[in-house]
Design a protein around this ligand. Structure first.
Ligand code: GLU
Length: 468
């Protein structure tokens, strides 16, 4: 019977869920969903000084927003410290680990001597084969793994291929600190083994850890997982991705009005490919996802591509769903903006045009502002230019023709056209001042539709405010 894959995302809650972490989570999630396996979430909160409840919440929120649902309960690593200690004690009892009584001063001296001699600085195994004597009684000690000193450890990596490490280069790592707390390396390996993790897919910054973790796995007699280390994400200029390139936190992308579908598609393509396909729905991604097509070199952020994809998914989203997203987005602002019933109805009716011209929810909202409140508009600079003395006069002149007609899009347009023809001007010359007064902007969804949508009374209030 072949075992179903078990994948996990194991973030350390020391900050926001950032783009790189979200991509790691996505790849694990996709493979779990692709293979009918399990996707687990483990919060690695062993570093008590740097882990915060806010960061845990930010990670859970980010995952939820991205739609990366995990199976079962979240595992909190710190709560498992007793179990980690138990494994270290067992290795100690089996002679696969040993107590090291070297003091901090001794280790500093050791490193200084190594440095002076031009040798790599690593623990020299001074307690590996030495038994504690009466002098050590009551003295603090750490527990170290008795790792192989010869031969090599090979990480068979599904992304990078076989990566070899000389065992002579890896020193005996600490499993338990002198205060009895487990190290991160011990905790990761014990948790992966206990959680039945079959595939460890994570950032390439953990590749070196994999070699050491394999030594520990071997000592424990645990099953070796499949490893995959994902190349880094760089900025558009090829330098390591940093704040100066753009936002790093997933939450920031939510705040800028990107959709979760966009983020899934974008992050998937950031390091994974399927021919030349750029637009890949989540359902399609689940069907196609594999490890073979993960790129071996660092991916580059492309913010323009992200915007274009978001425009695509905005247009793809059903009007009512998108209106609900916009309403929720506004409610999250500080202070929250709560739309009236009228505003909600207008928003949804105008959605087919609004979504054509927006790359983010923020752009969509900016384009929809004129629907949210009643009364004369405040003009932006471009609208101001349209409502010169001449523009205001044109507005005053066309108003009687509009007032005399049925208040529907086609009838209003016909009236405006007839007026323009009658006075020998282009429709645009009549329409632009109308648009500026109605929306406060120089561009908007189709004017006559918007006049109809806002209704006779509200439209005339807005137009009169600038007609003279
Ligand atoms: N907690 C580690 C991190 O956030 C990941 C450990 C792992 O995936 O093995 O970088």
């Amino acid at each position: 019977m072949s075992q179903k894959p078990v994948l996990r995302f194991a973030p350390s809650p020391t900050g926001m869920l950032h783009i790189g972490g979200a991509r790691t989570a996505l790849f694990n999630w996709l493979y779990a969903r692709h293979s009918g396996g399990t996707f687990l979430l483990r919060i690695e909160d062993t570093d008590r000084e740097r882990s915060t409840p806010e960061a845990v919440q930010a990670i859970l929120n980010g995952m939820t927003w991205m739609g990366l649902n995990w199976d079962g309960e979240v595992t909190y690593q710190f709560a498992r410290a007793t179990r980690h200690r138990e494994v270290a004690e067992k290795l100690l009892a089996e002679g696969k680990a040993y107590r090291c009584y070297a003091t901090a001063e001794e280790l500093t001296q050791m490193r200084e001597e190594q440095k002076a001699a031009g040798k790599p600085m690593r623990y020299d195994g001074r307690w590996r084969d030495r038994l504690a004597g009466p002098a050590e009684a009551g003295k603090p000690s750490v527990v170290r793994l008795k790792a192989r000193q010869t031969g090599e450890t090979i990480v068979h990596d599904v992304v990078l291929g076989d990566v070899r490490f000389e065992n002579a280069q890896l020193d005996d790592m600490v499993l338990l600190r002198s205060d009895g707390t487990p190290t991160y390396m011990l905790a990761v390996v014990v948790d992966d083994a206990d959680m039945g993790v079959t595939h460890v897919i994570r950032g390439a910054d953990h590749l070196n850890n994999a070699a050491r973790q394999l030594q520990l796995i071997e000592a424990m007699g645990a099953a070796v997982p499949v490893y995959g280390h994902l190349p880094l994400i760089n900025g558009p200029d090829g330098a390591k991705l940093s704040k100066r390139h753009g936002a790093l936190a997933v939450e920031a992308y939510q705040g800028m009005g990107y959709l979760p579908e966009t983020m899934r598609n974008y992050l998937l393509r950031l390091g994974w490919s399927h021919g030349d396909d750029e637009i890949i729905s989540t359902a399609q991604a689940i069907e196609w996802f594999n490890f073979e097509s993960i790129g071996k070199s660092a991916a580059r952020m492309d913010y323009k591509k992200l915007d274009n994809l978001n425009g695509h998914y905005i247009r793809e989203t059903a009007d009512a769903t998108l209106a609900a997203e916009v309403i929720a987005f506004l409610a999250r602002e500080t202070p929250p903006r709560i739309l009236s019933m009228t505003a909600r109805e207008r928003l949804q009716s105008a959605m087919p045009s609004l979504k054509e011209r927006a790359k983010t929810l923020i752009e969509l909202i900016q384009g929809a502002e004129f629907l949210f409140t009643d009364g004369p508009r405040t003009l932006d600079a471009a609208a101001e230019k349209l409502l010169t003395l001449e523009g205001r006069a044109s507005l005053a002149a066309v108003m009687p023709a509009l007032e005399a007609t049925d208040w529907t899009g086609p009838a209003l347009e016909a009236a405006a056209r007839a007026f323009a023809e009658g006075t020998g001007v282009k429709l645009g010359q009549v329409a632009q001042p109308l648009r500026a007064a109605l929306t406060g902007k120089a561009s908007s969804p189709p004017l006559f539709e918007m006049l109809a949508l806002l209704g006779r009374e509200e439209s005339l209030i807005r137009l009169r405010a600038y007609a003279s």
